[in-house]
Design a protein around this ligand. Structure first.
Ligand SMILES: Nc1ncnc2c1ncn2[C@@H]1O[C@H](COP(=O)(O)OP(=O)(O)OP(=O)(O)O)[C@@H](O)[C@H]1O
Ligand SMILES: [Mg+2]
Length: 454
């Protein structure tokens, strides 16, 4: 695709207006025909501008094509990408930006019949009711994997010679599904840098411009993980994470899509109750490769008790879960799930430290895998930190925060540890667990060792 030269109408803080010319990752974006592209990098490198410029160029080049410009919410699009689109990308005074105000617009139509639809995943039905040649998801780390997969199903308009979905964003935590998907080779990864933005970097001199120096100085004042992501462009985890290697154990996709789990010999679950806080359930399936795969999660707030119990029971039955280990605080709720003919029992009495060490030893032995569709579990793990006070670390004091799926994971694994005291990972029973915890038996009266051997 030939690069487009057009005089921009703005001057970007005193810097001379210039033709848009894509540089670095932006240039690669212009030429790639890959179906899924991840354009990520620090703040202000020109990601949104590049993706919008390519989209507008394709609209002009391919008559009657359709593209979708989406963000998690339609409202958030108004103040971000739409400003760049109307003020920088569309030629000044272009007829397509006349009419409705930015907030009320539903799209733009060019004279050649090409159409740009605006949408938020908060109103997915409207977005999904159509087909597109090209999709641009802005600030794509806000989207879930399921949002993205739904968008991909709409990529079938067939006017352009190729279909393309571009996700543009600043990096997030390393276990984010976008990073995992790109690592798995399912998306073409383009790494955007400040050197790609001519406003910030002068390629002739090889030096940052004054605007670039000032902007980077602002980013340098950021601390911790925000600095790593927005200045250095790294998919970085915060300091003091409880499960430092969690992100390395995430696999791209959804456990529900994997046929090989259909006849899995053993499935367990962990459950943490909540009302104002979410109720979280995680389901793990043990495979003959001796790894436990977290295949699905359930996460919901303020559901009426009966509906909650019914939904949990349906999830447990769907996976043929043999044992579900639940938070001990609400025995009445355990009964409720049982009344729906699903297994549910109290998780073993074990300290948070003991639970963490059980999870950690599975991670260290590479015996735990998590599907990237388990969005809340992964998000919580990316923020699950020890309290700053080192003296508390021995007691495994974790910072207060969102840890509901984290608790459910602990309940599942401590439950399994006691039920299966000599698991195939070769881990002996955790010393922090109650010494008298006897090996549990499954529905056929077998211990784990009977089933899997040592
Ligand atoms: N090749 C270019 N030529 C001229 N101006 C550019 C170019 N690339 C980016 N810019 C300008 O640089 C500014 C930042 O660009 P943009 O908003 O696309 O960055 P971003 O990477 O999306 O930032 P953020 O990470 O904050 O979302 C905008 O004013 C944009 O118009
Ligand atoms: Mg942007």
């Amino acid at each position: 695709m030939s690069k487009r030269r057009r005089v921009a109408k703005n001057s970007d803080g005193g810097i001379e207006a210039q033709a848009y010319e894509p540089v670095g990752a932006a240039e690669e974006l212009f030429y790639t025909h890959e179906r899924e592209v991840l354009l990520a990098g620090p703040a202000g490198t020109g990601k949104t501008r590049a993706a919008l410029e390519k989209m507008f160029l394709c609209m002009q080049k391919y008559s009657s094509m359709r593209c979708l410009l989406a963000r998690k919410t339609r409202v958030s699009l108004t103040q971000s990408a739409l400003v760049t689109l109307e003020e920088k990308v569309l030629p000044a005074g272009h007829s397509i930006s006349r009419g409705a105000t930015r907030g009320r617009r539903t799209g733009y139509v060019l004279e050649n019949g090409s159409e740009l639809v605006l949408g938020g995943l908060d109103n997915a039905d409207r977005v999904m009711s159509s087909e597109y040649d090209m999709i641009l998801a802005c600030e794509a780390t806000e989207l879930t994997l399921s949002d993205w997969e739904k968008l991909l199903t709409r990529l079938r308009h067939g006017i352009m010679p190729y279909h393309q979905a571009v996700a543009e964003c600043n990096p997030s935590h390393p276990g984010h599904w976008l990073n995992v998907r790109a690592n798995a080779g399912l998306m073409r990864r383009l790494v955007s840098r400040h050197e790609d933005n001519p406003i910030f970097f002068d390629r002739q001199t090889g030096l940052y411009t004054l605007a670039g120096q000032t902007y980077r100085a602002t980013l340098e004042r950021l601390s911790g993980v925000r600095r790593k992501r927005l200045l250095d462009g790294l998919w970085a985890a915060p300091e003091g994470l409880v499960y430092e290697t969690f992100a390395d154990h995430i696999i791209s996709g959804s456990g529900a899509d994997e046929k090989e789990f259909d006849n899995a010999p053993l499935a367990c679950a962990g459950l943490d109750w909540g009302w104002r806080d979410p109720t979280a359930v995680v389901v793990g399936v043990l495979r003959p490769d001796q790894r436990l795969y977290v295949v699905e999660e359930f996460y919901a707030r303020r559901l009426p008790l009966d509906e909650l119990a019914e939904k949990i029971a349906a999830l447990l039955k769907r996976w043929n879960v043999e044992r579900c280990f639940a938070d001990r605080s609400r025995p009445d709720l355990i009964d409720h799930v049982r009344r729906h003919d699903a297994p549910c029992e109290m998780a073993p009495l074990a300290s948070i430290a003991a639970g963490i060490s059980v999870v950690e030893s599975r991670l260290m032995a590479d015996k735990l895998k998590i599907y990237s569709s388990c969005h809340h579990l992964i998000q919580e793990a990316s923020e699950y930190q020890y309290a700053a006070d080192e003296s508390q670390k021995a007691g495994a004091a974790v910072q207060p925060g969102s840890d509901h799926a984290m608790d459910a994971l602990r309940y599942m694994l401590t439950g399994m540890e006691i039920m299966m005291p000599s698991d195939p990972a070769g881990n002996s029973q955790d010393p922090n667990l109650p010494p008298d915890a006897a090996p549990s038996r499954d529905a056929h009266g077998r211990t784990f060792v009977d089933v899997w051997g040592r």
